[in-house]
Design a protein around this ligand. Structure first.
Ligand code: C2E
Ligand code: CA
Ligand code: CA
Length: 752
């Protein structure tokens, strides 16, 4: 029985027809003969004729079929003869019906070797692969199906070669398995290449996951690290494409781009998210390399990856630290700047406005100072939480540091008037929300906030300027009494620029010796000198002599005042030291002005004593002029400081009396020995004015308390006479002496 498929249905019908037709013709001829020869018995004709007809028909059919089969077989063999692969047809009994000539190329043996020895192929299989092979053959004979097999054979020359063995069954009409057809490809080179790749790849760090695929991206091999990272065993992935690892986090275009790069450059590397077998999505750093053969055809892809979950987490942490405020977990300045920039760029495109609200808690420092930083921190966390409730999710609430917060409202409309109202409404809401009492632990804190608001549209202003503008508006809000909001307008900016230029200049002034001291005499009712006030002068290289009234506020604001006051104190002491041996000036008491920020420093007392000791002056010749702002905060602390200096011999006077809100009882507690009546009262002193009553009361009261009094700014004889009529003991003013440089003051003294 031939294994090749039998004739086609058409052919068969055709042959049957032909045979049948031939039979009819023969029958007809026999009948004719019978009619011609009536004397013969019909039986002798009919039976042999029919038999002949039948046998003839069958024979001719068989002959035709055999020819057909041979023809077809010849064609098929001719084709198979041409194939590079080694093709054979084997019957169930193991004998070979057909073996293609390429068997020699693949195995080294001749076709005859196969034809003469049943199951010869089995003999060639490498002993290590025999069990697999036998199982495969058995499966083929029972099921008629088996998977493609990769086995080694021993060639006639004694080499070992890898064969990819593909096969299928051959069955008869009833489905009975008659034999096996098989194609065997020599894949030795490919396998060697893969092994080389594997060896090459495996020499890399073992904690890298490695996948090797064929040219169609079907996984051929994976390493242990792959299994550890992905959770898949190698059996579970071999034969599949790496797409089984997809996380779904990247869209189709991501993978398209990856393949495009791979095809164009033969390499892709980057980060991507994959999914482990347990469903967990994780980030990996992946490098894919296309491996090509000598002809430039891609034969394999090698993928190497590391699980970067930990690194990513560290990166995220670094990002969080870099862009978020650790206390409130709000975006920090850097992230705010970034978002502002984006919002401004978006606004440039869509023409919509945005707003920046610069928020600052009023008197936050007091809470920090009096209740501790822990309390302060808790308040800030609460403030941040409240701010978030005031805005939309797309808005940004950032903490710039300290008690400064910024709210950025993006995309709030394109009609300026409307946008203004909108920003104002949000700012008002923020104010109301922040002004509600805070429960910090068991402590109820009443805090208020001030807000500076500025709008933005497009990229016309820089991010830095925008923040500066809202800061200016905030400054304005603070100046206009706090707990309020203020919208930025450009004139504020100009004022600010002058202020900041001044601050910068002040720094230079101290370094560049642009300061000097003036001295203004203080006299008693008889005109005798009782001392002098030290007044600072700034000889600005461009602007000339600048009054302290014009720069002290900036010095206080910028903190420069601390250094300035110490400088003045040092110079004043030097002056006292210089005069100490002088017979006219030797007992002049110098009064030095001390600003509140200087006095409130914890080191203040120590610094003053250090200077006094260093200059070796008589401490009783030094008087410190304080204003009420220095004294009202923490009275116990104030008194303690003053007492330490008093016990060293230094005395105090209270400057600008009457402008603040000092009460009598309060004054009584302070260890001062001199009150200076503010020159605003003196200026308005005329016969009938209210000031007459006020000043008279102050003088009387001071005397009751045992305090000395000096009236400041006495310019006219009339003012002097009124004051004198109340019994005012001390005077300072242009009427007696202007503030003078040291030489001027010394000669003034000599003339008195
Ligand atoms: P102050 O402590 O009230 O000083 C008195 C101011 O009144 C001085 O102004 C003085 O020149 C001015 N003055 C004196 N007599 C008259 C007068 O008859 N009529 C008028 N109209 N004014 C008179 P100055 O020197 O411009 O100082 C202004 C303020 O600057 C001072 O007010 C003081 O608060 C502050 N200041 C001056 N020097 C220093 C200093 O060294 N350190 C600190 N912290 N502040 C200083
Ligand atoms: Ca003063
Ligand atoms: Ca004064």
């Amino acid at each position: 029985m031939k294994l090749l498929p039998l004739l086609s249905k058409h052919r068969e019908t055709y042959i049957r027809f032909t045979t049948f037709g031939l039979g009819l013709v023969l029958t007809f001829a026999t009948l004719q003969l019978f009619l011609l020869l009536p004397q013969m018995s019909p039986r002798y004709f009919v039976i042999p004729t029919l038999l002949g007809l039948l046998i003839g028909g069958m024979l001719s059919t068989l002959v035709a079929m055999r020819k057909e089969i041979n023809d077809r077989q010849q064609v098929i063999h001719a084709v198979a003869d041409l194939a590079q692969e080694f093709i054979y047809l084997r019957r169930v009994d193991g004998s070979y019906e057909y073996v293609s000539p390429s068997c020699q190329k693949v195995t080294g043996y001749q076709q005859e070797d196969f034809y003469s020895r049943p199951n010869f192929m089995t003999e060639l299989i490498h002993t290590d692969d025999r069990p697999t092979w036998n199982k495969h053959v058995h499966q083929m004979h029972t099921n008629g199906q088996a998977e493609t097999l990769l086995v080694r054979i021993n060639t006639r020359e004694g080499d070992v070669r890898w064969i990819e063995h593909l096969c299928g069954d051959v069955r008869d009409d009833k489905g009975k398995i008659l034999g096996v057809r098989s194609i065997n490809m020599d894949v030795t080179e490919r396998i060697q290449r893969e092994q080389e790749l594997w060896i090459a790849a495996s020499t890399f760090e073992t904690h890298e996951g490695i996948i090797i695929t064929d040219a169609n991206a079907h996984i051929l091999r994976v390493n242990r690290a792959f299994c550890e990272i992905t959770g898949y065993s190698s059996d579970e992935v071999i034969g599949y494409t790496p797409s089984i690892l997809k996380s779904g986090r990247h869209d189709a275009s991501f993978y398209e781009d990856m393949w495009k790069t791979l095809h164009a450059e033969g390499r892709w590397d980057g980060e991507l998210w994959d999914r482990r077998k347990n469903g967990e999505v994780y980030p990996k750093n992946l490098t894919i390399t296309a491996v090509k053969d000598a002809t430039g055809r891609v034969t394999n892809y090698v993928g190497m990856f590391t699980d970067i979950t930990v690194r990513k987490q560290a990166e995220d942490e670094i990002y969080r630290l870099a862009y978020y405020d650790p206390l409130t977990r709000m975006p920090n300045r850097r992230l705010l700047m970034d978002r502002l920039h984006q919002a401004m760029a978006a606004s440039e495109r869509n023409g919509s406005y945005g707003a920046v609200l610069f928020i600052d808690m009023d008197n936050f420092k007091d809470l920090n100072d009096t209740r501790g930083h822990d309390m302060g921190d808790k308040l800030l966390v609460e403030v941040a939480a409240r701010l978030v409730t005031c805005v939309r999710s797309e808005d940004t609430v950032a903490r710039l540091g300290g008690d400064e917060f910024v709210v950025m409202l993006a995309n709030i409309g394109d009609d300026e008037a409307f946008v203004f109202k909108r920003a104002e409404a949000v700012a008002t809401k923020v104010l109301t929300t922040l002004n509600q009492p805070y429960q910090i632990g068991s402590y109820e804190y009443l805090g208020t906030a001030s807000i500076g608001v500025t709008l933005f549209k497009g990229l016309s202003t820089s991010v830095e300027d925008l923040l500066k503008h809202s800061d200016v508006a905030l400054y304005q809000a603070k100046n206009s009494g706090r707990a309020t909001l203020c919208l930025f307008d450009p004139s504020m900016q100009q004022a600010l620029e002058e202020r900041s230029a001044m601050k910068e200049d002040l720094r230079m002034a101290l370094l560049g010796n642009q300061f000097c001291l003036y001295f203004q005499a203080q006299v008693d009712a008889g005109g005798g000198c009782t001392g002098a006030e030290v007044l600072l002068r700034w000889l600005h290289p461009q602007r000339g002599l600048i009054s302290p009234a014009d720069f002290i506020p900036f010095a206080e604001e910028s903190g420069m005042i601390v250094a300035i006051d110490l400088w003045v104190l040092e110079k004043a002491c030097e002056q006292l030291a210089e005069w100490s041996s002088h017979k006219v000036n030797g007992d002049v008491v110098l009064a030095v002005n001390i600003s509140a920020p200087s006095f409130m420093r914890p080191d203040f007392v120590a610094d003053v004593l250090a200077i006094v000791n260093a200059k070796g002056i008589t401490p009783s010749l030094l008087k410190l002029e304080l204003t009420e702002t220095s004294l009202i905060r923490g009275i116990d602390d104030t008194i303690a400081k003053m007492d330490r200096l008093i016990s060293a011999g230094i005395s105090f006077s209270l400057d600008d009396f009457g402008t603040g809100y000092s009460s009598l009882s309060y004054l009584r507690r302070l260890p001062i020995d001199l009150l200076k009546i503010d020159r605003e009262f003196v200026r308005h002193l005329t016969g009938e004015s209210n000031e007459v009553v006020i000043v008279r009361t102050i003088v009387g009261m001071a005397q009751n308390l045992g305090l000395r009094v000096i009236a400041e700014g006495v310019e006219t004889q009339e003012q002097f006479e009124i004051l004198n009529s109340f019994g005012c003991p001390g005077y300072q003013g242009y009427l007696f002496a202007r503030p003078l440089p040291v030489e001027g003051f010394e000669s003034w003294l000599e003339n008195h």
